[in-house]
Design a protein around this ligand. Structure first.
Ligand code: CA
Ligand code: CA
Length: 229
């Protein structure tokens, strides 16, 4: 199994679905007064002001994602990320990384030599990780200005999860999504800014829906949605 899917499975155990309540309690008032701050509280990823208007039109519970191991935020996972991660750890400056959260490959909420080793092992198999994973977390920050997609973090049988783009040029005409694994189908959103993942009524809680997302320039990413009761 590819390492990215191992990450996907681990994140189910990490309990990330516990945090959406954070967004709802303080709710709309904060959204109106300080949207950028709200986005940071939800996911650790700060969305730039030029994109925030788009983001606020997305369905409830849609959270910005980052690319696992892409610490320099260019959308690709390669030796440049390994070098940057290694240097930041050696200098004790992981907080200064464009996306510190992306450096926590093993999802233990720390960025250290174990993560560098994991990334090094991944890159031994291929100079770039062919299909990196998309992920969201509250445990570490990510300021990546190149973030491009947001999504629902979990879905119950019979409901829909949403994937939404917030970068110019990314939409249902230029991007594709298909189900890689799991009991669901995927359709273009009515607004054309992303995809709706329809989880089958007989999907089993505890399983994952894995979506293969393709954007221009040959970039592909896996996004895993845990099925919850
Ligand atoms: Ca990178
Ligand atoms: Ca780690």
């Amino acid at each position: 199994m590819v390492p990215q899917e191992s990450i996907c499975e681990r994140k189910m155990r990490s309990g990330r679905s516990a945090f959406p309540a954070l967004a709802f309690g303080l709710g709309l008032l904060i959204a109106i007064l300080a949207p950028v701050t709200m986005m940071k509280a939800q996911s650790g990823l700060v969305i730039s002001n030029k994109n925030i208007g788009t983001f606020l039109n997305f369905p409830e519970g849609v959270i910005p994602l980052f690319v696992v191991a892409d610490v320099n935020g260019d959308g690709v996972v390669d030796a440049a990320d390994e070098a940057m991660l290694k240097k930041a750890i050696l200098n004790g400056k992981t907080a200064a990384l464009p996306c510190e959260a992306a450096g926590d490959l093993n999802l233990d909420e720390q960025v250290n030599g174990d993560d560098v080793k994991m990334l090094h092992d991944w890159l031994q198999k291929s100079p770039t990780v062919k299909i990196p994973a998309l992920y969201a977390t509250t445990s570490l920050p990510c300021r990546n200005p190149n973030a491009f997609v947001a999504a629902t973090l979990s879905a119950s049988p019979g409901s829909s999860a949403f994937i939404r783009f917030f970068r110019a040029g990314l939409n249902t005409k230029t991007c594709r999504a298909r189900i890689h694994a799991g009991s669901a189908s995927v359709v273009a959103s009515p607004t054309g800014d992303g995809f709706d993942v329809r989880v089958f009524g007989n999907a089993k809680p505890g399983k994952l829906i894995v979506v293969l997302l393709s954007i221009p320039n040959g970039r592909n990413y896996y996004y895993s949605i845990p099925v919850v009761p």
